[in-house]
Design a protein around this ligand. Structure first.
Ligand SMILES: [Fe+2]
Length: 208
């Protein structure tokens, strides 16, 4: 069972089927099926045109005047379910109006998974924008691995089923807390390179 499914509360309504472009865009890799006893890798999705390097390290993306709208927690795991401390997770989204900040780094930041592989993100629920119908947060996760680029969607959003890239395996399950903030969970599963795949002249030199 995928970790994403384990994290969902019971009674979640049908989350629908993937959009026609989900995982089908040129350059978007389809993750291999899991081996026996392994977790399924988090599906890859388009990067969108708005990823930028150089964002600050922070787990709280709120801008002045914002109220927290979702607190997302989870872990970075390998296919065996082993947490990956030190994994780097980059989040970026548009604002409430559906606009991306291409000048500074609003709603953009990266963080490093803690010793148990956990991350925590506090942010807003971004707006939707044409041609995207589903509200989403972009994510890039990496450790000793390829960068895994994906998106997260919000459970219960009416635009999900209208979005070409929507993938029900990338839905954040959430519950409303007493603090009026959505509390969501999502575990990422990524494949790390093996030693065999990671051999370079430098690593070879370090072995002798
Ligand atoms: Fe986007």
């Amino acid at each position: 069972m995928a970790v994403q499914e384990q994290a969902r509360p019971g009674g979640v309504a049908d989350r629908g089927v993937p959009g026609i472009m989900s995982g089908k865009t040129p350059g978007v890799r389809e993750t291999p099926p899991p081996g026996p006893g392994e977790l399924r890798q988090t599906p890859w999705e388009i990067e969108g045109p708005f990823f930028r390097l150089g964002a600050p390290q922070r787990s709280n993306l709120l801008e002045p005047g914002d109220k927290p709208e979702i607190i997302l927690t989870g872990r970075i795991l390998n296919e065996k379910g082993t947490p990956i401390p030190g994994a780097v997770v980059q989040f970026w989204s548009c604002d409430h109006k559906g606009e991306y900040d291409m000048i500074s780094f609003k709603y953009t930041g990266y963080q490093v998974a803690d010793a148990t592989g956990r991350y925590e993100l506090t942010t807003i629920i971004p707006g939707a924008y044409q041609p995207r119908e589903a509200k989403h947060i972009h994510v890039k996760v990496q450790a000793i691995s390829r960068p895994v680029t994906t998106q997260l969607y919000f459970e219960g959003e009416p635009g999900n089923q209208l979005d070409e890239y929507y993938n029900p395996d990338l839905v954040i399950a959430w519950t409303m807390g007493e603090d009026g903030v959505r509390h969501g969970t999502f575990d990422f599963v990524i494949a790390q390179f093996t030693d065999d795949e990671n051999v370079t002249p430098e690593t070879l030199a370090a072995r002798v």
